[in-house]
Design a protein around this ligand. Sequence first.
Ligand SMILES: Nc1nc2c(ncn2[C@@H]2O[C@H](COP(=O)(O)OP(=O)(O)OP(=O)(O)O)[C@@H](O)[C@H]2O)c(=O)[nH]1
Ligand SMILES: [Mg+2]
Length: 437
Amino acid sequence: MVRDLIDRRPAEECAAVVLPVIGGTRLASSRLQESEGLTEALGVRLAFSERVTIREPHPARLFGQGQLDTICQRMDETGATLLVVDGALTPVQQRNLEREIKRKVVDRTGLILEIFGLRARTAEGRLQVEMARSLYERSRLVRTWTHLERQRGGFGFLGGPGETQLEADRRMLDKRIAGFRRDLEDVRRTRKLQREGRARRGAPVAALVGYTNAGKSTLFNRLTSSDVLAADMPFATLDPTSREILGASGRPIALIDTVGFITDLPTHLVAAFRATLEEAMEAGLLIHVRDISHPDTNVQAEDVYSILDQLAAETGIDRPPILEVWNKADALDPASRDQLQERAAHHSPKAVLASALTGDGLAKALYEAEAMLFAGRSMRTIRLQPHDGRGRAWLHSHCEISSERLSEDGELELIAFMSETDIERLNGISPDAVIRT
Ligand SMILES: Nc1nc2c(ncn2[C@@H]2O[C@H](COP(=O)(O)OP(=O)(O)OP(=O)(O)O)[C@@H](O)[C@H]2O)c(=O)[nH]1
Ligand SMILES: [Mg+2]
């Protein structure tokens, strides 16, 4: 049923999946399965899939000639119409491979961008995907400068006399990217206003983050009694959804479901989804949902943390505190479950073993989330310099403000509910702010 929700590619497309393992790099054991899952997410049939060990990557076609011949032969035998190389291809390698095997070739970034394209439902999601695609195409144009110029040069139908096709393409893409950037700025502004609205209502925000397919949306649905799409496929969620729930203490909490991460997430996607991802980085708490039953759960967690670090560096926002939810506990055998239960109790960051499917452990997870969100939240008096618009804006978008006035000496005095983390953050933004209990 879920599959029907996805635009499907013509069924006659049939893909060969090759996972290049380059000179001793360690790849997660289930990585080939992930490649297959990503390919199937395009709605194409799978012809075959294999790992190919490459000692020395060939600059012009990545694979050795013998390896390429074998791939070609298998593609002929199985009737494959598309080659998915689950790694990075240079534009030159991609073109040469296409020429040699006489079929379409797509690499990991192309594949993920394609899936995002199929999944984008809202105007905002489509805008972000289009932006990512244009950035990707733009980067590939630059690197193939010489060959494209030779191949298509001299037409110049967009520009003046003598303009090459490449220059025209580049100009067209730059124009589109600039347009997308403007539209995305509007999206960011709208999201900021929404965040401020939430803060005014006093609801702190917890964002669900984690590897794709970890169970974020299933957990979100359970906790909020919602019905967002949760499915056994990569990148089921693209657009963030937010709902308010009441915690055990009766205080409101806003929960956000977000797009999933993946190993080697294309940097263009991170850039394009900034408005969405910023939302998570601005939260008071990140609930890192992990599929603890997955054989590569530790590698996945490492990759999630490195993407979060990258986001923190790019947005200039400190990473919010983290609560790990070790999900899919129901899929473990009883012995490992006991073992993990024990390990979770002493884990840093704090971890709760749970199952979004059966509901086990969710009350504890919510309790811990609430405790972390409200930890040390108390009423503070803050004095800001008269011109500190940034500090004031941050307070309004992150903390519940109970009053605000101008003091006799022209400084701004606010009374707000702040946690220790809030105080640290405000200190970073407004070093001159004076905060008293
Ligand atoms: N056994 C088991 N399966 C689960 C559990 N939670 C989620 N799943 C399954 O895992 C798959 C992915 O769940 P989603 O909730 O869509 O995962 P997600 O993290 O939102 O994934 P993306 O949106 O693609 O990033 C679905 O088939 C769920 O039914 C759980 O606690 N136990
Ligand atoms: Mg999801």
